[in-house]
Write a protein of this length. Structure first.
Length: 290
């Protein structure tokens, strides 16, 4: 259902701190023109921790209207509350998204049994394709392969975004031979992940290099590993530069340099430090991004 370069879309904001709907519409068209295969809206890169529910729904509705079914839209609806996650997932379904992606509950640190029951409850409550999202570096909660295996038997749990950056984890998941679609959530290791078992990447880099990321994923998925590697080599410095500070600080700065957005970011995140601006700009030049 989903594969390739899936952008973890930023949420553009005005200089007064509001969601910038005109810029958002232009950004969506930019991605479609550049070949982006699908979009994740209201994820971490979209500043989901600090946007309100009203803003999330408005952003999602806008994207859906502009896309008009041309590419799949995946809504980020996971929270640390099972009840709230069900409510957000149901709301996204009613708006017409193609799937939802659900981060592991953060801060309250559930057990593996708690994770299983959480995802099972959401899947049973809302009949929409759902993608599990494991990013322990942010959540202090690790969805282990054994729990993924248990969850894979639930019919509308269709995939996993693995942002551990751990290729041994990818190997372990591959050996389980599960009926899920796997996506990398870590740009620097995304190609290596895809060569093992993945069908794409849910990507920060795709915000600034959508065409190259689409081409790299296409080559990897079709088995042209040499060409995929050549493209990825031109992007590696950029992959790394865009995580010099917490996401989405660097990528919003880079997109502002490209003239795509105003570059505003919501507290408690702050603008990219001056010392890292040079590194990001050099990486953009190296990737021939203007």
């Amino acid at each position: 259902m989903f594969q390739g370069s899936i952008v973890a879309l930023v949420t553009p904001m005005t200089k007064t701190g509001e969601v910038d709907i005109p810029r958002l519409k232009k950004l969506v068209e930019f991605h479609i023109e550049q070949g982006t295969d699908a979009m994740v809206v209201n994820g971490t890169t979209g500043e989901s921790p600090t946007t309100t529910n009203t803003e999330k729904l408005k952003t999602l509705k806008t994207v859906l209207e502009v896309v008009a079914k041309r590419i799949p839209i995946i809504a980020g609806t996971g929270t640390y509350s099972t009840k709230e996650t069900i409510e957000r997932t149901q709301a996204a379904k009613e708006l017409g998204v193609d799937a939802c992606i659900l981060v592991t509950p953060y801060y309250n640190k559930p057990t593996q049994e708690g994770l299983y029951q959480h995802y099972k409850a959401v899947a049973e409550a809302v009949s929409i394709p759902q993608i599990l999202y494991n990013v322990p570096g942010r959540t202090s909660c690790d969805l282990l392969p054994e729990t993924v295996k248990r969850l894979s038997t639930i019919s509308n749990i269709v995939g996993l975004k693995d942002a551990t950056g751990n290729l041994e984890r990818a190997k372990a998941l591959k050996e389980m031979n599960l009926s899920l679609t796997f996506f990398s959530g870590d740009d620097p290791t995304a190609l290596a992940f895809m060569l093992q078992l993945g069908k794409g990447v849910i990507s920060i880099t795709s915000n600034v290099a959508p065409k190259k990321m689409h081409e790299m994923c296409k080559e990897a998925i079709t088995g042209n590993f040499q060409r995929a590697g050549e493209i990825n080599a031109t992007l590696m410095a950029l992959h790394k530069a865009l995580i010099l500070e917490p996401n989405p600080i660097p990528v919003k700065w880079a997109m502002h340099k490209m003239g795509l957005i105003e570059g505003e970011i919501r507290l408690p995140l702050t603008s990219l430090s001056e010392k890292n601006q040079t590194a990001v700009e050099e990486a953009m030049k190296g990737a021939k991004i203007v």
